[in-house]
Design a binder for this molecule. Structure first.
Ligand code: SAM
Length: 286
């Protein structure tokens, strides 16, 4: 369950048919009430509610029967989606302190720098941290991301010719023809993707025989300790929805897609290996 990131204030009110909610920022007029779940959902859960009664989130805690039923609904309504979180993070993604992002840049160069590529497909390019480097390593790069704001930053910072950007969701069919790429890269994206199989299947489809894929992710050992991508806005910690994939999940998903694992590496900050590795990377071949 994603951790709760609340609006500064939230009014909730049951009508006869629905739960309505109204984001309400201090010193601003309340936003228009929005429709939440049908009251049937609460009835089914045995939750008592009083139509017409308005609660201010926070005060809800004092109404236990309501609190029980409403927490999930409010979580669902207020949690950021991955895309909206990255749209918001884009403004500071490059300037925030972020050792995971910085180590991934080292990994990408170390794992891919030994050869030249014809067509590289970068999945979840973000602000283009790796795109400019890929542009030097490949004749053509197609860099995809579903966050408009991250893509806008990537476009602005990547001057190299031969790079095309596309807004695309990697959990939907990729906008590329079969066998078009000899490199697919995917850095720090799969933490936000619940089901790995589709991504590996699309990568296998996009790759020409002999083509390579690099996947680099926050190491699940860190996730076991509660670490995940996050940033701060107005003193509030925002955590885009994240999923834990074990090392064996990546290996199995690649195998199911007909891909072969060439190497698996773990990456620490500097030489200090007392803490769990920060990143895990997979080089995979079609
Ligand atoms: C932590 S950033 C990494 C960006 C870049 N690869 C890097 O290493 O700096 C994760 C990126 O993945 C993108 N992303 C997450 N889920 C995605 C999806 N389903 N489709 C497309 N992009 C996605 C986000 O918008 C964000 O730009």
């Amino acid at each position: 369950m994603p951790r709760l990131v609340l609006q500064p204030y939230l009014r909730v009110r049951f009508s006869q048919t629905r739960l309505e909610y109204q984001p309400w920022h201090n010193a601003q007029a309340p936003a228009r009430p929005r429709d939440g779940p049908s009251v049937e959902k609460f009835k089914r859960g045995g939750i008592k509610f009083l139509p017409g009664q308005t609660y201010l989130w926070g005060a809800v805690w004092d109404v236990p029967h309501l609190c029980d039923g409403i927490t999930d609904a409010v979580n669902e309504m207020t949690r950021p989606t991955v895309r909206s979180a990255y749209d918001e993070w884009a403004a500071t993604y490059d300037s925030d302190r972020n050792e995971t992002r910085d180590l991934d840049a080292v990994v990408t160069r170390a794992m891919l720098g030994d050869r030249r590529y014809r067509r590289a497909l970068e999945v979840g390019c973000g602000t283009g941290k790796n795109t400019a480097w890929l542009a030097g390593a490949a004749d053509r790069v197609l860099a995809m991301d579903f966050s408009q704001a991250m893509l806008a930053r990537a476009r602005a910072s990547t001057r190299a010719s031969g790079v095309t950007f596309a807004q695309a969701d990697v959990t939907r069919p990729w906008p590329v023809v079969t066998g078009c790429a000899d490199l697919v890269t995917c850095s720090l994206v799969l933490e936000h993707v619940e089901h790995l199989d589709f991504v590996f299947t699309e990568a296998a489809r996009a790759l020409a025989p002999g083509g390579r894929m690099l996947v680099c992710e926050l190491h699940p050992f860190r996730q076991y300790l509660g670490k995940r991508a996050n940033f701060e806005r107005g003193g509030v910690r925002v955590e885009p929805p994240a999923f834990t994939h074990h090392v064996c999940d990546f290996v199995a998903a690649a195998a199911r897609a007909g891909l072969t694992l060439l190497r698996l590496d773990e990456w620490w900050d500097g030489d200090d290996r007392r803490a769990p590795p920060r990143l895990v990377s997979f080089v995979i071949e079609k």
